[in-house]
Design a binder for this molecule. Structure first.
Ligand SMILES: Cc1cc2nc3c(=O)[nH]c(=O)nc-3n(C[C@H](O)[C@H](O)[C@H](O)COP(=O)(O)OP(=O)(O)OC[C@H]3O[C@@H](n4cnc5c(N)ncnc54)[C@H](O)[C@@H]3O)c2cc1C
Ligand code: FES
Length: 270
């Protein structure tokens, strides 16, 4: 049985990369997190503020790990505002990982949901043909395009930026672009991470084509190790039994794409 540690280790931010006006990547040294599997996450303690679940971003340097954070509420904004030299606590890695199929695969990500998908791209076999659809609202919020091309340099691949206002790349929601793509193309596996309603549509489309699909769910998490129940969805704990679930499971879920839990554990509709 895999040993799960709930101890936080202190890490020092060594580099900060501005990805967009609201998204930053914080780089630090961590041998263990630098090698996590695609889909795994860590719990990040922002001293004096909160602890948040975060996917682990790929870096170009050996022994380094990173988090890519979008400023939203109080906790993520405090994390976004950290400086080089600031300390964070990290626990993990936690969770399962994507099952990478042979052949042609499609990755569909929205915003920071691209973080686990880029790690998946890094783990792709040289024989995989990979298409990545990257969703964002406007041109200013497109990020990771160059990084994705670099990671997939040895694969036959295509990186497609999609903006809701059409200011860059393909116009429309990433799911609209996926729908058009599926009219002509078939895939051996489809993988998604991002806003849950986006993932819900991706899973529905993949299931309707009988294509293998997996989604990495971002739910409310407090402990990250299966103790507190705050990430409960149907009869599973997303932190412990996921975060990656397949299309067969998600099609039967009463909660996926319909309801989520508040900080107090109360079910709320999307
Ligand atoms: C597995 C996983 C991976 C994630 N990866 C990323 C990533 O790579 N980059 C990124 O920017 N975001 C990621 N998130 C989302 C992130 O954890 C926060 O939910 C998000 O940053 C909003 O936090 P906030 O406090 O600013 O939001 P607010 O909307 O202000 O939230 C209010 C309060 O609710 C609590 N809270 C909100 N969301 C969560 C949560 N998911 N778990 C625990 N407590 C929460 C906090 O106490 C917070 O102060 C991930 C979430 C999960 C579950
Ligand atoms: S976050 Fe506590 S059980 Fe999943």
């Amino acid at each position: 049985m895999q040993e799960i540690s709930n101890r936080s280790s202190i890490r020092i931010i060594e580099k900060i990369i501005d990805e967009t006006p609201t998204v930053r990547t914080l780089v630090f040294s961590d041998d263990s997190l630098s090698n996590v599997l695609p889909g795994q996450f860590a719990m990040v303690w922002i001293p004096g503020v909160n602890e948040l679940p975060m996917s682990v971003m790929v870096t170009e340097e050996k022994g380094k790990a990173a988090f890519t954070v979008r400023k939203r509420g109080v906790s993520s904004t405090t994390m976004y505002d950290l400086q080089v030299g600031s300390q964070i606590g990290v626990r993990g890695p936690y969770g399962n990982s994507f099952t990478i199929k042979d052949g042609k695969i499609l990755l569909v990500g929205g915003g920071t949901g691209l973080v686990p998908l880029l790690r998946l791209a890094k783990f792709a076999k040289p024989t995989n043909e990979v298409i990545i659809l990257m969703g964002s609202k406007t041109k200013d919020e497109v990020f990771f395009e160059d990084m994705a091309n670099k990671i997939l340099a040895k694969n036959k691949h295509q990186v497609v930026a999609c903006t809701e206002d059409g200011s860059y790349g393909q116009k429309g929601f990433v799911t609209d672009v996926m729908e058009k793509l599926l009219r002509d193309a078939t895939f051996d596996g489809i993988y998604t991470c991002g806003p849950e309603l986006m993932m819900y549509k991706v899973v529905q489309m993949a299931n309707s084509k009988n294509t293998f699909v997996e989604a990495s769910l971002e739910r409310m998490m407090k402990c990250g190790i299966g103790m507190c129940g705050s990430c409960c969805m149907d009869d599973v704990l997303v932190c412990h039994d996921g975060t990656v679930f397949d299309g067969e499971f998600l099609a039967k879920s009463q909660e996926f794409g319909h309801t989520h839990r508040s900080k107090a554990g109360i079910l709320e509709n999307y």
